[in-house]
Design a protein around this ligand. Structure first.
Ligand SMILES: O=C(CO)[C@H](O)[C@H](O)COP(=O)(O)O
Length: 229
């Protein structure tokens, strides 16, 4: 199976975990696209009833609305039962890097407001250690050159993310993305703590101690790794 087929298989599989009468966080990305598509089908068929979705991006919001899935803003729900999202890299302790799609601030807010989190990935995302995928940061434009210089001084190898026209990528909240191309991350918790204390950084892509179940797309079918925490 190619990478896209693996993504589709885990996207479809993950919908088995969505129960009727629940609030569901909808992640962002090409793997989640298949999950939302399948959820829409099962919702329209009446196999899953009375759900409310909370989106992590305008892309996922539009897709879900187009399929007739009732949607609410995070502010308008008192809890989220389950969030299903993709990831860019997952290490052997099930810590993750997210933000390849620049949606990590909203994704982290939805994930941390969810009772349970499932990540869906193809097998190429599984790694011994984090870091071969650059770590995304969302930074506010005000003073961003200072933020950048601080990251350089820490030897974290920052690079502003640019679009196809060479312009700085803007997030949903009109912030910039800086990717840290630092290589292997030996102490993700220490790095996360440092990043959490940098004033100009709104969110970083280290998602630590968050995921409960991981579904990995493998050539012989999706592998469900339950209750990792
Ligand atoms: O974190 C994300 C977006 O900010 C995505 O979940 C992550 O980039 C995985 O995307 P894909 O499923 O397209 O490989």
């Amino acid at each position: 199976m190619n990478q896209d087929e693996l993504k589709k298989a885990v996207g479809i599989k993950s919908v088995d975990f969505i129960e009727s009468n629940t609030v569901v966080g909808l992640g962002t990305g090409s793997t989640v696209y298949y999950m939302i598509e399948e959820l829409g089908k099962r919702y329209q068929a009446g196999e899953i009833k009375n759900i409310v979705g909370v989106a992590t991006s305008s892309r996922s919001q539009k897709q879900a609305e187009g399929l007739g899935i009732p949607m609410k803003d995070l502010n308008d729900v008192d809890h989220i039962d389950l969030t299903i999202d993709g990831a860019d890299q997952i290490d052997k302790n099930f810590q993750g890097i997210k933000g390849g799609g620049a949606a990590h601030l909203l994704e982290k807010m939805v994930a941390t407001n969810s009772h349970k989190n499932i990540w869906i990935v193809d097998q190429s995302k599984m790694a011994d250690k984090l870091g071969s995928f650059p770590l995304p940061l969302e930074v506010i434009p005000f003073g961003c050159e200072k933020t950048f210089a601080d990251l350089q001084a820490e030897e974290l190898h920052p690079e502003f993310r640019l679009d196809d026209n060479g312009k700085r990528v803007l997030t949903h909240n009109k912030n910039y993305v800086i990717d840290l191309k630092m290589g292997e991350i030996n102490h993700p918790h220490l790095l996360a703590e440092w990043l959490d204390h940098q004033v100009g950084i709104v969110a970083h892509g280290l998602f630590l101690d968050l995921v409960n179940t991981v579904i990995v797309g493998r050539d012989d079918g999706p592998e469900v790794i339950k209750d990792v925490r």
